[in-house]
Ligand binder design. Structure first.
Ligand SMILES: [Zn+2]
Length: 103
């Protein structure tokens, strides 16, 4: 299942594309499976790329799993806090930059 946290814009016509709109046009499954789908506004092909989710996943993993582990292993407390900050920053960067690509 794709992680989409904000409304995305068509890479061709810049019109917002959200889940209810895709559902209405029967395109939601293609969108969630990262298959190219025609934009409901301009009919050009768009696709949801995986790279932003990878960034979000790595960020969450680092902040939520790796940072507390370092703390448990009694590696320097400051380092684990830095790692948590880095993970959170990665996840946020993934969220902010997430967008549709031209297919
Ligand atoms: Zn469009």
């Amino acid at each position: 299942m794709a992680l989409v946290f904000k409304s995305l814009r068509c890479p061709h016509c810049q019109q917002p594309i959200d889940k209810p709109l895709l559902k209405q046009h029967g395109l939601l499954q293609a969108f969630l499976k990262r298959k190219p789908f025609p934009c409901p506004h301009c009919q050009e092909q768009a696709v949801l790329p995986e790279k932003y989710e990878t960034l979000i996943s790595i960020g969450i993993l680092t902040a939520v799993i790796l940072a507390p582990l370092l703390l448990v292993w009694e590696v320097s407390f400051v380092d684990s806090k830095l790692l948590f900050g880095l993970g959170a920053a990665l996840a946020i960067a993934g969220l902010i930059t997430q967008k549709l690509d031209k297919a």
